[in-house]
Design a protein around this ligand. Structure first.
Ligand code: GDP
Ligand code: IMO
Ligand code: MG
Length: 426
């Protein structure tokens, strides 16, 4: 597996952090390629439990060089806090490199995320308010500040002056809020620049050089395919591509070089924030999944909306990304249910749609068509092999494979690195 991309197959929080930590044992480079501190990746291993927002989950493997790619938007304060917290807990960060092309989240991005969400009223996206959308907007508008500019004090000052003047006009005249101070931001961010400078570099060369030497590379996705800016449930999406093509875009890697694309899915579905969610369970059953799965946001603490596995969305995600295999996480959470449902179609006006409708208002009126399978009602959390899984559990995996059209390579039966069943070696 010279290059494997780990991609969220649903609406995020599928357990990508756990899987990257698991699969990075013999990997030389682990690179994050999209999103920012909207991501919260949980890792539980012999060193403890960690919640990462920007640093790749390969950081616990002593041989792995970790890269924050050009496609990531960086909140320097959070990143430095994460570096310090890891060091305090004995996790070295000397092998971390950050792309000098990565864009920086500025205080006005965070403020505008908040102001824009408030202005949206009842149609708010439910963003993480981390400034993600406004930062990617500025990147596309060619008004962003990249790490390479932040660490050049004169250039940074010049660019910040021009951009802040414009942003303050928007903040005061459009939203009627207080302007931000140039001096305060400049001083604060120059401090961050001094500390981040040593990590900055041209990271696409690091990855391509590693591949030229036949080394193993893992690309760590954030968010999930249904939050993709183009193919997700627009406008209830994030502002970057969390998909296989995002992995190329956000690292500087040719699509030709990616060998395996692993889609990570929960055995059910969750979503945090607004937007359509066809298989959502708003009843006691949904509450039970939330409680058993501890489904509360890693970044914001918000309760996650929960529902059955959505085979239509999963198949759509698998085809778009070209998944070569799937990972099914949180399998253990379904251990107690006597019956388990899988959505195989969306019904609209008496017709069953086989794929995702483009407009969210249509998706909102669709009724899921379910297939019901028997539950296994057995504790799977200590099971070591696929063959040792109860028969109904294997039947559930097989049915997911058929519906999604992709083999399941790994099943996760607990948060810990060791609670993983490798079905096909990745
Ligand atoms: P990510 O954003 O995709 O990395 O996922 P999160 O870390 O936000 O959310 C996944 C949550 O499920 C975390 O709390 C993980 O520790 C936990 N988790 C991951 N895999 C499993 C599993 O197989 N079983 C259980 N019970 N928990 C898991
Ligand atoms: P990980 O990497 C789950 C959701 C937000 C909101 C929408 C837009 O942990 O899987 P944004 O702040 O990105 O503008 O919010 O996207 N969202 C996530 N949901 N997991 C994530 O990341 C998410 N990152 C963004 O809740 O609905
Ligand atoms: Mg998460």
């Amino acid at each position: 597996m010279p290059v494997t991309a780990i991609i969220g197959g649903q609406w995020g929080d599928e357990g990508k952090g756990k899987i990257v930590d698991l699969l990075s044992e013999n990997v030389d480079v682990v690179a994050r390629f999209s999103g920012g501190t909207n991501a919260g990746h949980t890792v539980v291993n012999s060193q403890g439990e960690f919640k990462l927002h920007l640093i790749p989950a390969g950081i616990f493997r002593p041989q792995a060089n970790c890269i924050i790619g050009n496609g990531v938007v960086i909140n320097p304060k959070v990143l430095l806090g994460e570096i310090d917290a890891l060091k305090e807990r004995g996790v070295g960060v000397d092998r971390l490199s950050i792309s000098d092309r990565a864009h920086i989240i500025m205080p006005y991005h965070i403020l505008l995320d908040e102001l824009e969400e408030t202005a949206r009223g009842s149609s708010a996206i439910g963003t993480t308010k981390q400034g993600i959308g406004p930062a990617y907007m500025d990147k596309s508008a060619r008004r962003g500040i990249r790490l390479g500019e932040l660490i050049d004090r004169d250039l940074f000052g010049k660019r910040l002056k021009g951009f802040l003047e414009f942003k303050n006009r928007v903040i005061t005249r459009v939203f009627g809020a207080e302007p931000l101070s140039f001096d305060e931001i400049f001083e604060e961010y120059c401090g961050y620049a001094d500390r981040l400078g040593p990590f900055a570099g041209e990271t696409s060369s690091l990855i391509n050089d590693a591949l030229d030497q036949n080394k193993f590379v893992l690309l760590e996705g954030a968010q999930g395919t249904m939050l993709d800016i183009d193919f997700g449930t627009y406008p209830y999406v994030t502002s970057s591509p969390p998909t296989a093509w995002g992995a190329c875009l956000g690292t500087g890697l040719s699509p030709k070089r990616i060998d395996n694309i692993l889609g990570v899915f929960k055995a059910y579905t969750t979503r945090v924030g607004g937007g359509p969610f066809p298989t959502e369970l708003t009843d006691q059953l949904g509450e039970e999944i939330r409680n058993r799965g501890k489904e509360y946001g890693t970044t914001t603490g918000r309760p996650r909306r929960c529902g059955w596995f959505d085979g239509v969305a999963a198949r759509f995600a698998a085809r778009l990304n070209g998944f070569t295999g799937m990972v099914i996480t949180k399998f253990d959470i379904l251990d107690t249910f006597p019956q388990i449902k899988i959505c195989t179609g969306y019904e609209l006006d008496g017709k069953v749609l086989g794929t995702m409708p483009v407009n969210t208002d249509i998706l909102e009126t669709c009724t899921p068509v379910y297939e019901e399978l028997p539950g296994w009602q057995t504790d799977t959390s200590a099971i070591q092999s696929y063959d040792a899984l109860p028969q109904p559990a294997r039947q559930y995996i097989k049915r997911i494979e058929e519906i999604v059209g992709c083999p399941v390579d790994v099943t996760s039966i607990g948060a810990n690195r060791d609670q993983s069943i490798i079905i096909n070696p990745v």
